[in-house]
Design a protein around this ligand. Structure first.
Ligand code: G3H
Ligand code: 13P
Ligand code: ZN
Length: 322
C-alpha cells in the first residue's frame, strides 16, 4: 500500500488500547532495521524525520529510503512524519515533498502564538491531505540544537487543551507528562533506588494525562521523549570505550500503561541510537582489524531490528495490528 496518514492508525490504536511506534530515521540501516521488525510483527509504523535528519541525510534521500521500505513492506501501513517542525516553511516543504504527517512544534512560544502558527500549518496541511501533530507543554532534554533544562520544562496544563485543539484544528496533540528527550532524562538526584539498587525516575504524571483525556475524549495523544535507555546498551557502550554515566530512561511498564489509554503515538529515537552505537563499539573492539562498514553496520541493524520488535510486542502492543 502507498504511504498513509496517521488518521486510521490512530483511530484503531485508540479503540484497541495500543500505541503506534514513531521511530526516527537518519540512514538506510535504521530504516531497514525498523521496517523489517514491523513487517515481521505485522505492525503499522510511523517513520519520522527531524530537521537535523534532513540536514544530515537530505530530504530526498530520506523520502526515497522510506519509499523503498514501502515497496519492500507492502503489507504494513507506513506514515512519513516530520518530527518537531520548527516553523511553517519547514512543514510546507515536507508537505510539498511527500510527507503524510507533520508536527509543528511551537510549544516554547506563548499560547496564542502557538495557536496562530499551528493553525496556519493545519490549513495548508489539510488542503494537501496531510495531518498535523501539535504540542502543548515543554519537555526537558535535548532536541536538535535546543536544550531545555528540567527547571524550564513544564507539564501540559489540561485546562488549555480544548481551546487549543478547537482553535487550531490539529489532528493529534503531544503533551508533557514527565517524559524527556535524549539519553539523560533524569539526574540520579531526581531518582530513587529500588530494592535492587537500580535508579528509578519520578513516575509519569498520569493524573495530567487523565485530565487531558477527560477534556478531549477520543482525541489521539502523543508522547515524545519515550526512550527507556536500555541499560544493556549503556553497559555495552561503557565497556567498549564509551562514557555515558547515569543515562536513565522512562520505565517501559509506564509506557505500556500510557499506550492502553489515549496515547496513540510513542516517539522512540535515543534507544535506537544506543543500540546502534553500542553494537558498533563492541564490534570495533572485538575486530580491530576490520574496516568494511558493512561488517559493523550489519549487527547494528540487526540489533535495531530486535529492539524495535521488543517495543512493538512488549511496550506499544501494536504487533499484529497491521
Ligand atoms: O526529539 C528529537 C529526536 O530525537 C530527533 O533528534 O533532532 O537529533 O535528529 P535530532
Ligand atoms: P527519545 O530521545 O526519548 O528517544 O525521544 C525521541 C523523540 O521524542 C523524538 O521526537
Ligand atoms: Zn520529540
Amino acid at each position: 500500500m502507498p504511504l498513509v496518514t496517521t488518521t486510521e492508525m490512530f483511530k484503531k490504536a485508540y479503540d484497541g488500547g495500543y500505541a503506534i511506534g514513531a521511530f526516527n530515521v537518519n540512514n538506510m540501516e535504521i530504516v531497514q532495521g525498523i521496517t523489517e521488525a514491523c513487517r515481521e510483527e505485522k505492525a503499522p509504523v510511523i517513520l519520522q524525520v527531524s530537521k537535523g535528519a534532513r540536514a544530515y541525510a537530505n530530504h530526498t534521500y530520506l523520502v526515497k529510503l522510506v519509499e523503498a521500505a514501502v515497496i519492500e513492506c507492502p503489507e504494513i501501513p507506513i506514515a512519513l512524519h516530520l518530527d518537531h517542525g520548527p516553523d511553517f516553511e519547514t512543514c510546507k516543504s515536507c508537505i510539498d515533498g511527500g510527507f503524510t504527517s507533520v508536527m509543528i512544534d511551537c510549544s516554547s512560544l506563548p499560547f496564542d502564538e502557538n495557536v496562530r502558527i499551528t493553525k496556519q500549518v493545519v490549513e495548508y496541511a489539510h488542503d494537501h491531505g496531510v495531518v498535523v501533530e501539535a504540542e502543548l507543554g515543554t519537555l526537558a532534554g535535548v532536541e536538535d540544537d535546543v536544550k531545555v533544562s528540567s527547571e524550564d520544562s513544564s507539564y501540559t496544563h489540561p485546562e488549555e487543551v480544548e481551546e487549543f485543539v478547537t482553535r487550531t484544528g490539529c489532528d493529534s496533540l503531544a503533551i508533557a507528562i514527565g517524559t524527556s528527550h535524549g539519553a539523560y532524562k533524569f539526574t540520579p538526584a531526581q531518582c530513587t533506588r529500588n530494592e535492587k539498587g537500580i535508579l528509578v525516575p519520578p513516575p509519569l504524571r498520569f493524573d495530567v494525562l487523565h485530565e487531558v483525556v477527560k477534556r478531549l475524549p477520543g482525541f489521539p495523544i502523543v508522547l515524545h521523549g519515550s526512550s527507556s535507555v536500555p541499560q544493556e546498551y549503556v553497559k555495552m557502550i561503557n565497556e567498549n570505550g564509551g562514557k555515558m554515566p547515569d543515562a536513565i530512561g522512562i520505565p517501559e511498564e509506564q509506557l505500556r500503561e500510557a499506550a492502553k489509554l489515549a496515547v496513540c503515538k510513542i516517539n522512540i529515537d535515543s534507544d535506537l541510537r544506543l543500540a546502534m552505537t553500542g553494537t558498533i563499539r563492541q564490534y570495533m573492539a572485538q575486530h580491530p582489524d576490520h574496516f568494511d562498514p558493512r561488517q559493523y553496520l550489519k549487527p547494528a541493524r540487526a540489533n535495531i531490528k530486535e529492539l524495535v520488535r521488543h517495543k512493538l510486542v512488549d511496550v506499544l502492543g501494536c504487533a499484529g495490528k497491521a
